[in-house]
Design a protein around this ligand. Sequence first.
Ligand code: ATP
Ligand code: MG
Length: 741
Amino acid sequence: MGTDNKYAALNEMQRRAVFQTEGPVLILAGAGSGKTRVLTHRMAYLIEEIMVPSYHILAITFTNKAAKEMKERVEKLIGDPAREAWISTFHSACIRILRRHCSLLGYTDGFTIYDPEDQKNVIRRLLREMNINEKMFTPRSVLGAISHAKDELVTPSRYDEIAKGDLFKEKVAVLYHRYQKALLENQAMDFDDIIAKTVALFEQNPEILEYYQEKFRYIMVDEYQDTNTAQYRLIRLLANKYENLCVVGDDDQSIYRFRGANIRNILDFEKDYQDACVIRLEENYRSTQTILDAANAVIAHNVGRKSKTLWTQNETGDPIRVYEAYNEEEEANYVAEQIIQKVSGKTRRYIDMAILFRTNAQSRALEERMIMANIPYRLYGGTPFYQRMEIKDILCYLRLIANDKDYVAAERILNVPKRGIGTVTVEKLRSFAVEQSYGITEAIEQSVLSEELRRASKKLSPVGELFTAFRGQAQDVSLTEFIPLIMEKVGYKDYLREEDPERYEDRIQNLDEFVNRAAEYEETAPEPSLGGFLEELALVAAIDSFEEGADAVSMMTLHSAKGLEFPVVFMTGMEDGIFPGYMSLTSGDEEDIEEERRLCYVGITRAQKELYMTYAKIRRVHGLEQISKVSQFMREIPMDLLEEEVGKMEQKEEGPVRKFVKTPEVHFQNRYVGKNVAPPVSQPGGPGEGFAPGDLVTHRKFGLGTVKEVQSVNADYQVKVNFVKVGEKTLFAKLAGIKKV
Ligand code: ATP
Ligand code: MG
């Protein structure tokens, strides 16, 4: 067999997994041990050496990004011959199959895929028809129950049985029947249907199933630990004939339980396939020894796992850098400073670095800081903060309150939440206002006088009154009170809940974060005002995201980071209540904490060379400052793997005395004393005294420069310096170690 170098670049166990092409294979291994690499090489091997035509291969991954990467890697290995292999996510593979055969399921002209909003509209209509009060049975809870049933492949008739005796479920059962009927009438499927319908297609049509069994003689599934019941069933059906099924996964990385993923699918593989070949990979190629030790230490706290030992030949590497920030803004500053230092020192490029966080709302402070520091970034799996729907909506309310002639803002929110004001009316109102040089509220007040608007004026006038009232209040209350007040008066939260139940929690978190931003503004601005706030935001809100493939820092939630790797990783918001999240801390279910811990393990193991963990001592929640406590996961990491960076707060005090964590665990607090603590950087006399415009200064890397502006921020000063070599830079004086000459 002409196995060339590419298989020599695998270890013995990996090679075994690649060469074991026939029969069921389970590769159970920890992070960074080359599972995905085995899959790509296995595909290459099948095509090149076993001469399997690529159209006989199906490889499933979890995200589009992962699928794209896998495709690229295989093509890099063997080029064109890989072209006809299906390398995709569960959903795109199923959509492809359904498009061809949906007529067998009663779909005559193809099908539309409904998004959550469409789904909700259907449910609301059905609730009305059945005279059910939406307050009692919210579309959200009904859809949640239906979605869960579909993940578990529970059909409407099965659901009838399960529901007996449970009032809520009995109603859901009726709705589930009608909902499916309605979808079919509309020739539509929802997201969960895509998998469930494919399973149904195969189960009801043995000849079709056989066609695909013949087609996909070799099946591979990455991240198998995150498959749910429907996905599991689908794979079982397809692999049933040839049983050339290779699944890879890591039970320690199962992080989608909340979406019905069932860790048992991987743990029971040996039972499902009696003659399965089980391969364990134990060598980690991705991370330094230190990073790996930290990951192992954290995950060891989970009980009921298949114990694995991961080791590496990689160097010990740097300690994990821990940084206690004063608050989230300062945390973001720190991250930005580290990034700038690495890039300007030419040790890393932006693309080598990733910032991870638990929830999307946390991206706000980080994004803002990146924008201000001119650091290109890409936000994965989410919309940049200021482009999120709910943020834009509320911003537009504020804009229209501040400026009655902000027609663009008016267009966005006149009918948000829905007030029965159509786009035609909005357009007419706008042109009427522009013609008469009225503001929007004025135009509404005068609308009875307009031929065109007279009929709509009844619907419009409450909106006019609303804005007049808002303007009256704007003077009297603080922004942190005003924003929630607007949301309450217009029923914005109810609207969001109805709009998209699945995203509701996320959106509320974003809005809370927006209120936090307002609080921060009010604390720092000399004369806070609505106009001033909007002006400040306009600077960051207008930035477009950076183009694909550009050299940029990656920002994403821990969930979206699965399977990826980066030389430098920042895990931010390492606080109890953030990560592990508040819900998992208070639910009383140890399983919830364990799932969060697996997520932490995923996060740590993304890092190849350098890992940072940061947390804020004070974080704003609903606009109020709260003292937070360092994450319990960080406390599970042995102290000799950590090195604490001295923050600005510490430098104010005498000497590097640690006060790492506010916990009763004294041994932990004291363990930094005298250890690895960096000496305090330059010591200017006191706040603001160190630098003044016109001062000549030096910086380690940028060299000589002249101070242009000085601004005091927290315990440091932000100085704008015009450097001879590199031009203007805005830096934190102490942090950057700027010295006067
Ligand atoms: P995860 O659980 O995070 O998905 P994984 O097990 O899929 O991780 P891979 O992403 O396949 O791991 O591999 C991790 C890194 O180690 C990659 O950069 C890969 O190229 C490298 N690697 C894997 N095996 C070897 C090997 N035998 N020799 C050199 N490098 C390897
Ligand atoms: Mg992988």
